[in-house]
Design a protein around this ligand. Structure first.
Ligand SMILES: NC(=O)c1ccc[n+]([C@@H]2O[C@H](COP(=O)([O-])OP(=O)(O)OC[C@H]3O[C@@H](n4cnc5c(N)ncnc54)[C@H](O)[C@@H]3O)[C@@H](O)[C@H]2O)c1
Length: 422
């Protein structure tokens, strides 16, 4: 079976294409980004992916290829679309990208080909695409492929860990008809450990709700951080107290700059689907996005207290970590850039560092000349640093954790009881 992945050199398309090839499918990656295509063909991932290069090289040796040429679509048994699905400037889904790509590629396909949507979709998009196929075939003056099949099989992996997670996460497969479902099942049965069958709109919502849930979890942690710190209290002492030997708080997220290409926009897609009445989603967005400004204000007040001077004019501030998450090279929608802008606006002289960026200032220079530091991303390279200047660290890695816990005599009898109950 021949599979073409459109958007095949992107963060979701490439790991998927690699897995298809390793499972024995004849796989071609089509992408408009020539640089990424060249890199992939040379055996290197264009971005950070755990175990990426090794598996890519194995897949190239069994026939995987990347190209900007769309001709390969003509002979594909299945075509998988994995392009970006952003929101527009009004925070509504930008459907035009999906529709454009659909209109462009579909007339090229052969009769009976299976079309798989893999991007995260605004609920109702699959219904639109199903009807669009019918309309396109009616209106077509030339040859339009007959009996196209259509399925939605969303990606749910964490960026940077896709190759691992494709092997371990259940795969959602949805289609309007049995034949399309069975064709998609035949493919994903080969790469996923379990398949969950849903209707297309259920699948669209499943993906959006999963990401919104995560975004809200981060927002509540960030909101509590802002409440405690704005009242002059040590949030992490409270956080540690909440979680200490308290099983119900096990999943309580730690605060941090929550950003990236998915969580924000997927929460806004869900809000748009619910006619902008997803109040918790909007609140989460205000909190998570507002954290950047909160950290800059916090730095301002800490510096003013220590130097007695007003404002940030003439102050050197080091910003460590620019990617949207730790130990990853992706800067898309990273809130570190919002922090940087706010600092610049207040007159600070900024030096940025990130182990994954070329345009970094030397870490030693930052550590020896900065008046203050903000940790934008808690990369592992920063974990053992010591700082001689005020530091704003929402992640809590450099905050002294001094929760006082006393073992009471009762503890001994509780421990004993546990043992005798075994
Ligand atoms: N990044 C993640 O971890 C992740 C996880 C789950 C789901 N998703 C979803 O997957 C989708 C893709 O996200 P991504 O992070 O892989 O995006 P990406 O930008 O990394 O990849 C998209 C790729 O599509 C290519 N492309 C754009 N237009 C094209 C065209 N007309 N023809 C061929 N190729 C084209 C781009 O060059 C790029 O390589 C989005 O809907 C996203 O929400 C992403």
């Amino acid at each position: 079976m021949k599979i073409v992945v459109v958007g095949g050199c992107g963060h979701v398309g490439l790991p998927l294409g690699v897995k298809f090839a390793l499972c024995g499918f004849e796989t071609t990656l089509v992408d408009i980004d020539q640089k990424a295509v060249d890199k992939v063909n040379s055996g290197t991932f264009p971005f950070l992916e755990l175990g990426g290069d090794k598996q890519l090289q194995e897949s190239l040796s069994v026939g995987l290829t990347a190209t900007t040429n769309i001709e390969s679509c003509k002979t594909a048994d299945a075509i998988v679309f994995v392009i970006g699905t952003p929101v527009d400037e009004h925070l509504n889904p930008k459907l035009s990208d999906v529709i454009k790509i659909f209109d462009y590629y579909l007339p090229l396909l052969k009769d009976g080909a299976l079309v798989i949507m893999r991007s995260t979709l605004f609920p109702g998009t699959m219904e639109h695409l199903k009807n669009r196929i019918t309309e396109m075939s009616k209106k077509s003056t030339g040859q339009f492929p007959k009996n196209l099949k259509l399925a939605f099989c969303p990606e749910r992996v964490a960026q940077g860990y896709a190759l691992d997670e494709i092997d371990t996460l259940p795969q959602i497969v949805s289609a309007f008809d049995e034949e399309s479902f069975k064709s998609a099942l035949e493919i994903f049965n080969k790469i996923a450990p379990k398949i969950i069958r849903l209707d297309p709109k259920e699948a669209e919502l499943t993906k959006l709700m999963a990401n919104s849930w995560r975004y809200l979890e981060f927002a509540i942690a960030n909101q509590f951080y802002m409440i405690a710190e704005s009242k002059g209290l040590d949030f992490f002492k409270i956080y540690d107290a909440i979680r200490h030997d308290y099983p119900r708080a096990k999943g309580y997220k730690s605060p941090g700059l929550s950003a990236g290409p998915c969580l924000f926009k997927d929460t806004m897609q869900l809000a748009s689907f619910f006619d902008h009445q997803f109040y918790m989603g909007h609140s989460a967005m205000l909190v998570n996005e507002g954290l950047a400004g909160f950290l800059v204000d916090k730095l301002l007040s800490v510096l003013n207290k220590t130097t007695g001077e007003e404002g940030l004019w003439g102050k050197k501030v080091g910003l460590l970590g620019m990617t949207f998450k730790a130990d990853n090279d992706d800067i898309r929608e990273s809130l570190s850039y919002r922090v940087k802008k706010a600092l610049e606006f207040k007159g600070a002289e900024i030096m940025i560092h990130d182990p994954y960026l070329d345009e970094s200032t030397e870490l030693d220079t930052i550590l020896s000349t900065s008046d203050a530091i903000i940790i934008g991303t808690p990369h592992k390279e920063y974990q053992n640093l010591t700082f001689n200047m005020p530091i704003i660290d929402v992640w809590g890695n450099f905050t002294k954790r001094d929760l006082e816990v006393y073992d009471s005599p009762k503890n001994a009898s509780i421990e004993q009881k546990k043992v005798s109950n075994l």
